[in-house]
Design a protein around this ligand. Structure first.
Ligand SMILES: [Zn+2]
Length: 341
């Protein structure tokens, strides 16, 4: 399996985040992607390719142009306004407030955010642009006829919607990859999100469409972030009704129940007769993940890969979350190796 990867992810390095009532070192660190790359090479997964630049248009096929413009200039405007340290959103509008875009960078940060979990720093734009190109290049590998590819993306993307960031996510790499496949004429693409957290951004982007099925297995939003998205009765809108499938699971869910939900999700994808599957591969379902509560063990990721293989579909893996630094490489490559063997 080919891996697509860019060093540009290292330009995005957030110092601290608010966790409970404390400022702690940000869990989403460059070493995450470095560890995955080290393990990809160690297990001999296959060649590691640099991304090809597919341009900005492939990004604005998913994200609003004004939002992408904002991401590109936000750091410059933050510094010009005297901002020191990373640029955090301090507020976000509710639905009964004005929808006008403020001139202030502080106001725009709020306008284009749903939380303070995705600050912007000097290298954020370069890193998120490169991550999107990594996903697009891996999608092109699939479109060229290969059975599988791995987009080693960082930062992750599945919490980012058409015009807002949040939860470590800025551009939705998996959605951009899926859109690039449908833009090439693919009739039915399925996205399976196995990250611990619900992929609210991906759901939102495709919620009213039938050409991209979204299925997600995640912590129940009654208990877990992102709280406002991911219930089982969110099934799509308009032409998309029936093409959004959520499997919320209680805190502490272990491998048995999780693998049952996986089987149900794969059954739905089979019935959809997808032409390809994009896997939003978060491994923060791991038992020792510092910010999540599921109890998957490293061997369970082999089972995940094996189960995905039974679909016999072109399969694109896109890296999302996973914050247990000493296990993220193994858990990701177990999934990929399980798929290949
Ligand atoms: Zn996550």
């Amino acid at each position: 399996m080919k891996t697509v990867y860019s060093d540009a992810h290292r330009e995005h390095r957030i110092e601290v985040e608010l966790y409970g009532s404390e400022l702690v070192p940000c869990f989403e660190q460059p070493v995450r992607a470095d560890s995955v790359l080290t393990q990809v090479i160690a297990v001999g997964l296959g060649p590691v390719l640099a991304p090809v630049d597919h341009g900005r248009r492939a990004i604005t096929s998913v994200h609003a142009a004004d939002y992408v413009d904002f991401l590109e200039v936000a750091w410059r405007d933050w510094v010009a306004a005297g901002g020191e340290g990373d640029a955090f959103s301090g507020c976000a509008p509710k639905s009964d407030m004005s929808r006008r875009v403020p001139a202030s960078i502080h106001g725009r940060l709020g306008y284009y955010s749903f939380d303070a979990g995705a600050p912007i720093t000097a290298g954020t734009w370069n890193a998120v642009y490169a991550a999107a190109q990594v996903a697009l290049t891996a999608a092109a590998v699939l479109a060229n006829g290969e059975a599988s590819a791995f987009a080693l993306c960082r930062p992750p993307g599945h919490h980012a919607s058409k015009a807002y960031l949040g939860g470590y996510c800025y551009l939705n790499n998996a959605a951009i990859a899926a859109q690039s496949l449908t833009d090439r004429g693919m009739k039915r693409a399925a996205i399976l999100d196995v990250d611990f957290h619900h992929g609210n951004g991906t759901q939102s982007i495709f919620y009213d469409r039938s050409d991209v099925l979204f299925a997600s297995i995640h912590g129940d939003p009654n208990d877990e972030y992102p709280y406002f998205s991911g219930h089982a009765d969110e099934t799509g809108a308009g032409p998309g009704v029936g093409f959004n499938v959520n499997f919320p699971l209680p805190p502490g869910t272990g491998p048995g129940r999780w693998l049952e939900a996986l089987a149900a999700a794969l059954s739905r994808i089979r019935a959809y007769r997808a032409d390809a599957i994009i896997v939003s591969l978060g491994v923060d379902t791991f038992e020792h993940d510092p910010i999540s509560s599921f109890k998957l063990r490293s061997d369970d990721y082999l089972r995940l890969g094996e189960a995905l293989r039974t679909l016999r579909l072109p399969t694109l893996f896109v890296l999302e979350g996973g914050y247990a630094l000493d296990a993220i490489g193994l858990n990701v490559t177990n999934t990929l190796v399980g798929f290949e063997t």
